[in-house]
Design a protein around this ligand. Structure first.
Ligand code: NI
Length: 183
């Protein structure tokens, strides 16, 4: 396993739609190494989500973990998602603070679906199909966007709320519950 470099906005991989990963997945040694590297890189970055294009790799793959609460250690093992498809569940869009490991230090208010149904494969190639809500749904939508060359800035309805981390802590943190900025 190895920690890889997380590429930043400007790297073409962040603006290129990722390719579907062919089966069989469990036997693809290079892919399994990539997955291990993504998990290690996400942990090293203290992240809660990471998509393959953030390592400059144009494959439909992301990983995420759910902290027990904001700024706490993850309470469950990480989830690996291959070739995902998302279907929004009914419900009004929810605005919350988001950032991105590939756009360091910037945060903004991003509207997301409150719940999404995720279809995809796990790292063994087995089907996954479940509904994620709230914080988990936000992470999944952010990572799914990375597989389509979309970043959170593109999802902001306007850029008025865009702020640096230090200014966010100074002027905005009191009014906000949680910021999802390590994804
Ligand atoms: Ni991101």
């Amino acid at each position: 396993m190895a920690i890889r470099e997380i590429v930043r906005l400007g790297h073409p991989a962040l603006r290129t739609p990722a390719r579907e990963i062919p089966s069989p997945i469990a036997e693809a040694a290079e892919l399994q190494t990539l997955i291990d590297d993504m998990l290690e890189t996400m942990t090293a970055a203290n992240g809660v989500g990471l998509a393959a294009p953030q390592l400059g790799v144009d494959l439909q793959l992301f990983v995420y973990v759910l902290p027990a609460a904001a700024d706490e250690a993850p309470s469950t093992p990480p989830t690996v998602v291959v070739n995902p498809m998302l279907e929004p569940e009914p419900g009004e869009l929810v605005y919350d603070w988001e950032g991105c490991l590939s756009i360091p230090d910037l945060r903004g208010l991003v509207p997301r679906h409150p719940a999404v149904r995720l279809h995809g494969l796990d790292r063994r190639g087995d089907s996954m199909n479940y509904v994620a809500r709230g914080f988990e749904a936000r992470i999944i939508q952010h990572e799914f966007d990375h597989l389509n060359g979309v970043v959170f800035l593109d999802r902001m309805h306007d850029l008025q709320s865009l702020t640096y981390g230090e200014e966010w802590e100074r002027y905005l943190a009191d009014a906000a519950d949680v910021v999802t900025d390590r994804i």
